[in-house]
Design a protein around this ligand. Sequence first.
Ligand code: ADP
Length: 450
Amino acid sequence: MIKKLLIANRGEIACRVIKTAKQLGIQTVAVYSQADCNAMHVNMADEAVLLGPAPSKDSYLKYEAIISHAKNLRVDAIHPGYGFLSENADFAQQCEANNLVFVGPPASAIQAMGSKSAAKRIMEEAGVPLVPGYHGDDQTPATLKKAADDMGYPVLLKAAAGGGGKGMRQIWHEDEFYPALQAAKRESMASFGDDHMLVEKYLTRPRHVEIQVFCDTFGQGVYLFERDCSVQRRHQKIIEEAPAPNMPEGVREQMGEAALKAASAIHYVGAGTVEFLLDDDGAFYFMEMNTRLQVEHPVTEMITGEDLVAWQLQVADKKPLPKTQAELKCQGHAFEARIYAEDADNDFLPSTGHLALLKPPATNAFIRVDTGVTQGDDVSVYYDPMIAKLVVWGENRELALSRLYQALGDYHISGATTNIPFLRKVANSQAFKQAELTTTFIEKFADQLT
Ligand code: ADP
């Protein structure tokens, strides 16, 4: 039984996990850096330990220190949140080796999905449809270029170790191939210490639709429907929603089944997300699997009424899944808007500052705010500048969207520039109202967003 849980994270996700742990009567331990001495997650937890200076590598990424604190404090389990150590197979392995339950999949599953090319090979074998492309080991530039030439342009170069849209380049003509390859490799090496590349057919107007899966230690798996995360900037999600509007007939079920096939191919356990690109003809292709709880999990919680962190803890406790596929129901519609300290009028440059005023909209059964900061806190340069996730629910998409627009207007922040005005423009645009969702939404409808 998990009686004491250490949360190896900070910000809104640490607070989110602590909230559910408390509801379940589980004791909580926060970890923090010197920059976070007074942070909300530290104040919420029953105990807290200082890891070190502000930079992540000296604090939130120091996993030996985290494990040693966990042992000293007689912790049963570690929840990694998202980011930081959540997809570090070594960390998961070390937890298990030290008799600490890692609230996540087995290290082998993290490892299997850690490289986009290895992941694609596994999925190919399991019969999951893939984005056409080259994901081989031969990395000579001429081989990569030949793959692109044979496939036809445009293509997308991707870092096998990639994440956060880094190490990606679109190539529209063969003359651009070698310079783009060099640039993508350089960026990938700098970000991930690895420059292995994939070449994919670049789909010009797909949707990003992902399936939330959950598997237990008894080999059972379910999917908790899908999320549409097509509205992106530089391959980063801005507004997510569930369910995905206007899904072609039968695609939801087919995608759900494909996602479960993907999970079972790697003997998955816990919460996972299988990301697909959906073409306008209803064809869909596996992109990658994220072996953690996603930032956007609340929209799934809103439409299912389930608490995914509670599910994670239950599965980590080696209990069966709380519900069967037939018992899961999708109700109404939900949106999540990511509120960032950034300047939409200045190329979305991250902004920092002292949050002199921070007044979220009133929360109720339809409006939820997941945040890790309160009025008077600072947005520093050290971490992701996300201030909050605003999540709304409505009986249908139209109602949920009008609530989103309203709630964004009721979110008052001063001290740092935020993207709230930009999010309101998206929420209020004709294109978004009509759900004209593709991953190029922001560029395509730029005239509606000024
Ligand atoms: P990362 O792990 O860096 O986030 P992903 O593989 O998840 O990278 O892709 C991020 C986004 O890039 C996707 O949501 C989609 O918008 C876009 N993308 C990825 N692959 C393709 C492709 N083959 N064609 C078109 N867009 C793509």
